[in-house]
Design a binder for this molecule. Structure first.
Ligand code: COA
Length: 374
């Protein structure tokens, strides 16, 4: 067989702590009740808006999310705090995201049957990095003793698929021999746990993949990347505004617009048709249709979005095994969602089976790969 670019291994690291909808809603409702009580006069005079109450049933029905994992649970459910209590580390200590990245990198390297010295590029791709520089990827590269180069890239929910595109191009061009991509999605610090509309959306996780040439791949589960496809289209509907200029703006880091916020309904309506069109065009490049696809590893933001997209593509309801859902346990993990789905649902695939890995989210950004089991 001629040389191709392949995904030769992947890893999933899940934090120990999880928060169920019920726990999250109990804490939020206590907070809302307290807020409304201490601000009763201002609310009655129309100077403040009363906090509405949240419901676990609404969350599950509207999003499909039942629980989420978090890197640090302390602080999130404390109604006097409502954000994680993550102790600051000094410059000499490993950063939180590098720690998450290292845990999952080792799993992906083992799955790919690779040692750190086989890798020459590390990409850390996620929705947020905890500092501007030095790159988290270079910290991970150093900790693993990898020779070569490393960089971070941020494309919100499409960071992982866009990084896979870069890896595919580097291996194709011969500028890298083996790329380790890591998605340490530490989303909880940017969640507004005081906002009923968004407090349930995100979870923390880390995923990783190894991309290399088929000539060097020696693992059990190898997937050829047939091609990649990306599109972006500017939208204000999903934003997180806190950044390094915020201090110069004298901005309040706790202000709702500095944290994750979105127009969820608009996102739903606009992104679903974009994703369907994108995937159809991508498959057509290979003279494939949705019916030829054995597995859909889709972005995990909302179960109703995924059902709508696969129903439009297939003209029927997808079987659970065709389009696996992981967001019930993991919630929205930004760019890692489709990679979690791949991690948990690829080992049963047969040689020649085709899968679509696709992310869609803030930007807007859509990234897809068509993969074929070797
Ligand atoms: N508990 C109870 N009620 C809630 C609630 C909660 N936690 N959150 C919102 N509601 C209420 C709303 O206030 C609204 O009430 P109203 O009709 O009286 O105004 C009603 O429920 C419906 O709210 P809406 O925001 O329209 O719900 P929705 O069905 O669109 O679901 C999302 C909300 C966020 C789950 C959904 O829009 C979504 O997932 N969109 C896609 C977002 C996405 O993919 N983003 C990418 C992020 S990276």
């Amino acid at each position: 067989m001629s040389t191709s670019v392949v995904v030769s291994g992947s890893g999933l690291w899940t934090p120990e702590n999880c928060i169920s909808n019920e726990e999250l809603v109990d804490s939020y409702n206590d907070y809302a009740e307290h807020f409304n009580r201490i601000n009763q006069v201002a609310i009655e005079q129309g100077e403040l808006t009363a906090k509405p109450f949240s419901s676990a049933e609404f969350i599950q029905k509207a999003s499909g999310i039942k629980s989420r994992y978090v890197y640090v649970k302390e602080g999130i459910l404390d109604i006097q705090r409502m954000y994680p209590d993550i102790p600051e580390r000094c410059d000499e200590q490993l950063s939180d995201q590098a720690e998450m990245a290292l845990k999952v990198a080792k799993l992906a390297l083992t799955a790919a049957n690779k040692q750190a010295q086989d890798i020459d590029v590390v990409i850390v791709a996620c929705a947020y990095t905890q500092r501007s520089y030095p790159a988290i990827a270079i910290e991970v590269q150093g900790a693993l003793g990898i020779k070569g180069f490393a960089f971070d890239m941020l494309v919100a929910c499409s960071a992982a698929t866009f990084a896979l595109h870069r890896a595919y191009e580097m291996i194709s061009a011969g500028t890298a021999k083996s790329v380790l991509l890591i998605n340490p999605e530490l989303t909880s610090p940017q969640v507004n746990y005081c906002d009923r509309d968004s407090h349930f959306i995100f979870g923390d996780v880390a995923t990783a993949m190894v991309v290399e040439s088929s000539d060097t791949a020696s693992s059990k589960h190898v997937f050829q990347i047939l091609s990649t496809k990306a599109v972006t289209d500017y939208s204000n509907n999903i934003r997180s505004n806190f950044g390094y200029v915020s201090r110069a703006n004298d901005a309040d880091p706790f202000a709702a617009d500095k944290l994750f916020h979105q127009e969820g309904r608009k996102v739903f309506k606009e992104v679903c048709p974009m994703a369907v069109e994108h995937i159809e065009e991508h498959l057509a490049r290979h003279q494939l249709t949705a019916e030829n696809v054995n597995r859909w590893w889709l972005h995990q933001a909302n179960i109703n979005m995924n059902t709508l997209i696969t129903r439009k593509l297939l003209g029927r309801e997808p079987a659970e095994s065709e389009a696996p859902i992981v967001l019930d346990k993991y919630a929205n993990t930004a760019s890692a969602g489709s990679i979690i789905a791949f991690n948990l649902h690829h080992q049963d695939m047969q040689s020649g089976d085709v899968g679509v890995l696709c992310s869609f989210g803030a930007g807007y950004s859509i990234g897809s790969l068509v993969l074929k089991k070797i």
